[in-house]
Design a protein around this ligand. Structure first.
Ligand SMILES: NC(=O)CC[C@H](N)C(=O)O
Length: 369
């Protein structure tokens, strides 16, 4: 077992709840908004999803680490969660081609984590009390010091993070000879979203979050994609402006998660902070256009206002969540612009929703005829 086995670690929530556990990963103190993911597998893809920036993650699965980590199983170039909370971690791993165990991976990525926490009790607490900030520390054990560190953690409500984690320079993916060119706004894009478009024969150019429309237009894209990303969409007026400028080009448009929230905001539909969000890989969603259900991958803490969508003359609902009835997809009336709140690239998760990439490419092809 790793050397940190017996180092105590502390978890303090904003409402004063304290858990004592055992340190693993890096030593130190870390904070963020606490959230939980109900997926049984796919932890490495979850940890590297840029939308988790600023969040301390509880894994609901009682064992984490059993299949180690593998260099390719990432959604970005580093671990993005701010901290990790588990019940049990496995120092032994078993999988063909795994490169390392979870603990070394967290140490190498400087991620402070705590295990031996009653995660079932903790998740039930968050489910009833709602999302809140927390701190994990191996340095402080007295409550006053923990509280002082916790007070410095910024609130997720109103937080803009995309411009910090977006690519600094544009980059491309796929073959430059491809017939279809798609411009991707990177607000924290996951690698497999790009891959899903490249796999369908598109040439992609990924642009930094604050790129303006004049620069975007130089690429002469046939369609525009607005990515997922961390933070509060209500803090992103610059991105809403870009989405409006993109919509004015009349090119096919597709947004995922944060991109969905930005399409809503560009159509005067507010977003709101959810009680504790949706994170996992088995969230049932109904496509109300086709009548078919799909099992979806999700990671969001904000949602679009259902009343405003209902009253909108520009936008209509395409998908609803079968657990809580929340809006999972919208499209603009009479035009090829749509978005979903969930993650159709589904890494990790089932591939039920990948048809949305086909729909997007189909919209682009129709436009090109
Ligand atoms: N995955 C995402 O794009 C998340 C969007 C937004 N940050 C939210 O939490 O709702």
């Amino acid at each position: 077992m790793a050397s940190t086995q017996n180092t105590p670690a502390w978890l303090l929530l904003k409402d004063g709840t304290i858990f004592k556990g055992i340190s693993f990963g890096a030593k130190g103190t870390t904070g963020g908004e606490i959230c939980f993911n109900t997926g049984m597998t796919g932890y490495q893809e979850v940890f590297t999803d840029p939308s988790y920036t600023g969040q301390v993650l509880i894994m609901n699965n009682a064992y984490v680490g059993n299949y180690g980590v593998k260099n390719e199983d990432v959604e970005s170039d580093s671990v993005k969660i701010s901290g990790l909370i588990c019940k049990n971690i496995s120092d032994r791993f078993s999988r063909m081609n795994a490169n390392d165990n979870l603990e070394n991976y967290l140490v190498n990525n400087n991620i402070v984590a705590i295990h031996d926490v009653d995660t079932r009790a903790l998740v039930q607490h968050i489910r009833s009390k709602g999302a809140m900030n927390c701190i994990i520390s191996t340095e402080f054990s007295d409550e006053a010091a923990l509280k002082e560190a916790l007070a410095k953690v910024p609130d997720m409500d109103g937080l803009e993070l995309s411009s910090e984690i977006s690519t600094k320079e544009p980059y491309t993916a796929g073959s430059p000879d491809a017939a279809i060119r798609i411009a991707v706004m990177d607000f924290g894009v996951k690698k497999h979203i790009i891959q899903c478009m490249v796999d369908r024969g598109a040439y992609i150019k990924v642009f930094p979050a604050k790129t303006g429309i004049d620069e975007l237009k130089k690429f002469e894209a046939h369609g525009y994609f607005i990515s997922n990303g961390p933070g509060d969409p209500a803090s992103m007026d610059y991105a809403v402006k870009t989405v409006k400028d993109i919509l004015a080009t009349n090119k096919p448009f597709f947004g995922i998660c944060l991109g969905h929230q930005l399409l809503a905001r560009a159509n005067d539909i507010p977003t709101f902070k959810m009680h504790h969000g949706h994170r996992g890989l088995n969230h049932p969603v109904k496509n109300i256009i086709t009548g078919k259900s799909e099992i979806t991958t999700q990671n969001h803490g904000f949602g679009v206002d259902p009343e405003a969508v209902k009253n909108s003359d520009k936008v209509e609902v395409t998908h609803v969540n079968l657990n809580d009835g929340s809006i999972e997809g919208i499209r603009m009336k009479g035009r090829a612009a749509f978005s979903v709140q969930y993650h159709p690239e589904s890494t990790p998760g089932p591939f039920d929703s990948r048809y949305l990439f086909d729909d997007f490419i189909g919209n682009i092809k129709k436009e090109m005829l």
